[in-house]
Design a protein around this ligand. Structure first.
Ligand code: NAP
Length: 266
């Protein structure tokens, strides 16, 4: 098995990464950062976003596993003191793979179009003033938005920024994207639905910049500031991210444990 490790950079995460290299050397794993089948992320969900964005060109081959060195994450579900147990599973058991939907993003600028994938979401905000944008669904005008910003999330990203702005939590078995507003202004000119909206896989939406404005675009943990963004198209990707699971940890148990605080017992 070819593998690599991405850690958060703090002392505990680095120490666990070192320990993992030693443990898997004994079971014949080969450290191949350019060509991994398995990417172990050690840190938090933010670290797993970073790991995902490093291997978007190899999603067919790569399976991800997350170890958390802080609190329980949605992607990072192994505890720091379970590393040996995880390697034992790796040596003796076949994982099952769960696949989560992703967001396809096409950013159109004056002279080029750039494609991205998001595991959590895209966020668009104005840098200097409120964001002014037209939102089309399936090429038809849907609403004129004026406000702090827009979050378009995947189902697994629905527990992140989307949740903070009042969006619904969506089980990752739904192939959908969710459009949620950040502080929209509603008046006779700018009128928005005011609630978050779920689009199915065969639909798409466009956010079209409606004035000269500097925009702050974030994709997962990456921030991109640009004056030149003309429009952004979002749709559910045909690609999925793959997680290797050596034990079950149902999505709703994660939600309960992360937000309501009840312990999950195997
Ligand atoms: P960060 O600002 O350092 O951390 C944001 C928090 O979101 C961390 O606690 C992170 O967990 C958590 N998180 C990430 N993905 C999640 C998910 N799918 N479900 C539940 N919680 C999740 O930024 P970062 O670590 O680079 O992560 C980038 C993410 O931050 C973005 O994708 C966005 O979703 C989120 N964010 C949220 C807000 C907000 O809620 N107001 C604002 C900006 C950005 P860990 O501690 O385990 O890493």
């Amino acid at each position: 098995m070819n593998y690599t490790v991405i850690d958060r950079g703090d002392q505990l995460s680095k120490q666990l990464a070192e320990q993992f290299h030693q443990l898997v050397a004994n079971i014949g794993f080969s450290h191949q950062p350019d060509n991994p089948d398995l990417v172990l992320s050690i840190g938090g969900d933010g670290t797993l976003l970073q790991a995902f964005q490093s291997y978007t060109d190899r999603l067919e081959q790569v399976a991800f596993i997350g170890v958390h060195t802080g609190h329980l994450g949605f992607y990072a579900d192994w505890k720091a003191d379970e590393l040996e147990k995880l390697v034992e599973f790796m040596a003796n058991a076949q994982p099952t793979y769960v696949r989560y939907p992703l967001l396809d993003i096409e950013v159109q600028q004056a002279k080029k179009t750039t494609s991205y994938l998001a595991l959590n979401e895209l966020t668009l905000k104005g840098v200097d003033q409120t964001l002014v944008a037209q939102i089309n669904i399936n090429d038809e005008l849907f609403e004129m938005f004026r406000g702090d910003g827009i979050v378009i999330s995947t189902p697994s990203g629905s527990t992140a920024y989307n949740k903070s702005v009042g969006g619904a939590i969506v089980h990752p078995s739904f192939e959908a994207l969710q459009l949620a507003e950040i502080a929209s202004i509603n008046n006779r000119v700018f009128r928005t639905l005011g609630s978050s909206t779920l689009l199915p896989k065969h639909h798409h939406c466009d956010i079209i910049s409606r004035k000269e404005q500097r925009l702050q675009l974030s994709i997962d943990h990456m921030a991109i500031t640009d004056e030149d963004i003309v429009s952004i198209r979002c749709s559910v990707s045909d690609q999925k991210v793959k997680f290797a699971r050596y034990r079950p940890f149902p999505f709703w148990d994660r939600v309960r444990e992360a937000f309501l605080g009840y312990e999950y017992n195997e």
